[in-house]
Structures are given as structure tokens and as C-alpha cells.
Ligand binder design. Structure first.
Ligand SMILES: Cc1cc2nc3c(=O)[nH]c(=O)nc-3n(C[C@H](O)[C@H](O)[C@H](O)COP(=O)(O)OP(=O)(O)OC[C@H]3O[C@@H](n4cnc5c(N)ncnc54)[C@H](O)[C@@H]3O)c2cc1C
Length: 402
């Protein structure tokens, strides 16, 4: 096995890290203290990212992106993850789901997103349907030559700053195979599960469509400046060409999105954890108490050793999952293992980093209290830790019929 980076990968890591340090770090304190990411600042970062070639790095070259393979993309996401989430989210990574569009949908949604002219958000979650996507109540029914949508989505990231939503809604369609990819569970008959859940379909809906109201969501302890919204659909009519992919195949598209977004979470967590570890090593090497560097106390140095070891394990698991993804071998469990391990390692590393810094670790002069707060959400969104464990354990037990 060859674990070395190629010249191209090394160069992408260097360019991305230097962009993050130069263009994002200087604005972190403002976003944390105000809780707001100014529109002008977001636009400035986006434009600089476009001119540096960092925008839309996740999508293929033939549609205008940088076309990074998954391993290289994970390395790039790791570098972005060092900075405040609100700031690095200004660098566009259009959803890979948009690749499933028709030519007309690509013209309207994908290409403008790749050029940085439009932005997508994605809506699966509802007040009564989080981990359990099958209990989704938002419903699209055929109406003339289009669809009429009713329901409510919540927790929808950056919808206020977006132009269109990739919407998942219940429909009456039949499907060949349904996989609830938030849990990895399959229905046997491929249509309606035992609990009476229906098929799910995906739609591209402009956020200014009559009948759709976007309003501010909740304030959040993690990722200050990164907004979330509530989307209310009230007899919202969309035309037939709003349907993305085939009717009834929404779980497949959700699975496509969740696979990549979980790897992104994992990679971002690695960057944040590595930053916290770097600061901790520096502090342990500089800070003197009882007449010696605190790194000389095993109570401190062994923490550093454990942080480094866990971080290395999390990174290897994530890169292995990314490699398997590229090779077409990745299972839901591979990706779940990467997400679960990195998010839990980040929580541990952030907590120990604060301990090693003592009181200063909690002050907002350093990025550690932010990293600690930001770590909390990672074990919840894009599938909670329990759901990741469910996916992993099902992969072990299902072959035995259990
Ligand atoms: C800030 C923020 C932004 C988000 N952005 C988006 C977005 O852009 N788009 C989007 O669609 N969603 C988004 N989400 C939603 C996110 O993915 C969900 O919060 C997450 O999937 C969990 O759902 P829930 O919060 O409803 O928790 P619930 O599903 O209600 O879970 C509550 C608890 O029950 C546990 N639990 C549930 N089922 C099981 C089970 N089978 N086995 C064991 N334990 C179980 C969970 O692990 C958890 O501990 C966002 C969430 C947040 C907080």
C-alpha cells in the first residue's frame, strides 16, 4: 500500500491551507463575536475562491468543476475544515445530486452553481422526521402537468442565502428498491414499507416560488454565522420539470448526497482536530509551570499522544473510505465508520486541547472554544452517531439474517 501523496495532492493541500490561513482565519473572530457572516464578506471569499480555483472542486471537470477524485477532495475538505464553518462554506461545493439532472436542469441549476452564480440548499429533515426519513410528511401530489407540494422542512442550512432547494418529498410512486440511506435500512417489497411509508421523490424548487416561504430557523451553539431555516410549502405548485431523476427514486439520490456529505463532515473534522492538536503541542512546549514546560508532565504529554493517535486512526479510516468510494467499493458502513470515528475524535481532541490550555482554552482569544462548540453538531447532523452505529452493526448482522 502506498500512503504517500501525489505532487498534485500536495499542491492542492498547500494552496488550500494557505487560502484558509490568509483569507479565512482573519475573519473568524468577527463571525464568532457577532454571530453573523456579512454578505459582502461571503461574496469576497467566494470570488477569491473562484479565482484561486478552489470553488466547485468537488464536481467533475466536464461540468466546469475541478474534478478532484474523492481522496484528493477529502484532503482539500480537511484543509477547509480548519477554519470556521460559516467562512469556508462560502466556497461553493454544489451538491453532487445536481449531476442527476436533465440537460435543462443542469443549465438552470448545476452550471450556475458551479460558476458561483446560484447556490443550492437541501431539504430532507422535518420537525417530525429526522433520523426516521420514512415518517416524512411533506407531500408532492400530481396536479395538472406539475406537482403541488405541502409540508414543512426545518434545520435547512443556509436556505436564506440560497437560490433553490433540492427538496425531498413523499409521493405515491412505486419504486424497485428503496433504501433509507440515513439508516441504510431496506424495504423488502421495494415500495411501501411496513410502517406505511411511501416512496420519496426529489425536486428542484426555486426559493422564490409562490407557496414556498423561507423563514429564519434556530440559533445554534455550533457554527456561528452559519444559518438554518424553516421552509413552509403551502400548495406550492411546481412544473413537471422540477422533478429530479425518476419519481420514487428519492432515497437513491438522498443516499448519493449522504455518502459525500458524511465524508465531507469527516474531512472537515480532521482539519479542525489537527488545528487543535497543533495549538496544544505548541502550548505544551511553551507554557511553564512548576519550573518546567507543562509538556514535560506526563499528565499533559500523554494527552497529546492519545490525541495524535486517535487523529491518525480517524484520518486513515476517512482516507480508506474515500479510496473505496473512488474504487466503487465503499459501503454505507465504510462511510459511517469514517463519520463516526472522526466526529468522536474531534470531540475528544477539542476537549483535551482546552484542558491542556487551562483557563485560556475557554477564552475566545483562541479558536479552541469555537472548535469545542463546533464539534458538538458533528455527532448529530448528516446522521447521528447512533444512526452511524446502526448502519455499521446492520452491515455485520444482516448477512447472518439477524
Ligand atoms: C444546524 C443544523 C443544520 C442542519 N442542516 C440540515 C440540512 O441542510 N438539510 C437537512 O435535511 N437536514 C439538516 N439538519 C438535520 C440533521 O441531519 C438532523 O438533525 C439529524 O439527522 C438528526 O435528526 P433529529 O435532529 O430530528 O434527531 P432525531 O432523529 O429525533 O434523534 C433524536 C435522538 O434519537 C436517536 N435515534 C433516533 N433513531 C434512532 C435509532 N434508530 N437508533 C438509535 N438511536 C436513534 C438519535 O441518534 C438522537 O440521539 C441539520 C441539523 C442541524 C442541527
Amino acid at each position: 500500500m502506498d500512503f504517500s501523496l501525489t505532487d498534485e495532492q500536495r499542491s492542492i493541500v498547500e494552496v488550500t491551507r494557505s487560502f484558509v490561513e490568509r483569507e479565512l482565519y482573519p475573519h473568524e473572530a468577527e463571525v464568532e463575536r457577532t454571530g453573523v457572516l456579512r454578505h459582502e464578506l461571503a461574496e469576497q471569499i467566494k470570488e477569491k475562491a473562484i479565482s484561486t480555483g478552489l470553488h466547485a472542486a468537488n464536481v467533475p471537470e466536464d461540468v466546469g468543476g475541478a474534478g478532484l477524485d474523492t481522496v484528493t477532495w477529502v484532503l482539500y475538505e480537511k484543509e477547509l475544515g480548519r477554519a470556521s464553518y460559516a467562512l469556508h462554506s462560502c466556497i461553493g461545493r454544489p451538491s453532487n445530486i445536481l449531476l442527476a439532472g436533465t440537460d435543462a436542469q443542469k443549465e438552470r441549476y448545476l452550471y450556475p452553481s458551479v460558476r458561483g452564480e446560484r447556490r443550492d440548499c437541501l431539504a430532507l429533515t422535518e420537525p417530525d422526521a429526522g433520523s426516521d426519513l420514512r415518517s416524512m410528511r411533506t407531500r408532492a401530489v400530481r396536479d395538472g402537468d406539475g406537482w403541488r407540494i405541502n409540508g414543512t422542512k426545518h434545520f435547512i442550512s443556509h436556505a436564506q442565502e440560497s437560490d433553490f432547494v433540492i427538496l425531498f418529498a413523499q409521493t405515491d410512486d412505486q419504486t424497485d428498491d428503496q433504501t433509507d440511506d440515513r439508516t441504510g435500512d431496506r424495504t423488502d417489497d421495494g415500495t411501501v414499507d411496513a410502517a406505511g411509508g411511501r416512496a420519496m421523490s426529489t425536486f428542484l424548487v426555486d426559493l422564490d416560488t409562490p407557496g414556498l416561504r423561507v423563514h429564519d430557523g434556530y440559533r445554534n451553539v455550533s457554527h456561528r454565522g452559519y444559518t438554518n431555516a424553516i421552509l413552509d410549502f403551502d400548495d406550492c405548485h411546481v412544473s413537471a420539470d422540477a422533478l429530479l431523476g425518476e419519481a420514487g427514486k428519492g432515497f437513491e439520490l438522498a443516499g448519493t448526497w449522504l455518502g459525500s456529505t458524511r465524508l465531507q463532515v469527516a474531512a472537515n473534522c480532521l482539519g479542525r482536530a489537527e488545528r487543535a492538536l497543533g495549538l496544544s503541542v505548541r502550548h505544551a512546549a511553551d507554557r511553564v509551570q512548576f519550573g518546567q514546560k507543562i509538556g514535560r508532565f506526563q499528565g499533559v504529554s500523554f494527552k497529546l499522544a492519545d490525541m495524535a493517535m486517535e487523529l491518525r486512526a480517524a484520518e486513515l479510516l476517512t482516507l480508506q473510505a474515500a479510496w473505496a468510494y473512488d474504487a466503487g467499493l465503499a459501503t454505507d458502513a465504510d462511510i459511517a465508520i469514517a463519520k463516526l470515528k472522526t466526529t468522536e475524535v474531534l470531540a475528544m481532541v477539542a476537549d483535551e486541547a482546552i484542558q491542556i490550555h487551562g483557563g485560556m482554552g475557554l477564552m475566545d482569544e483562541l479558536p479552541l472554544e469555537r472548535i469545542w462548540r463546533d464539534a458538538r453538531i458533528e455527532r448529530i447532523w448528516d446522521g447521528t452517531s447512533e444512526i452511524q452505529r446502526h448502519i455499521i452493526s446492520r452491515a455485520l448482522l444482516r448477512p447472518l439474517g439477524a
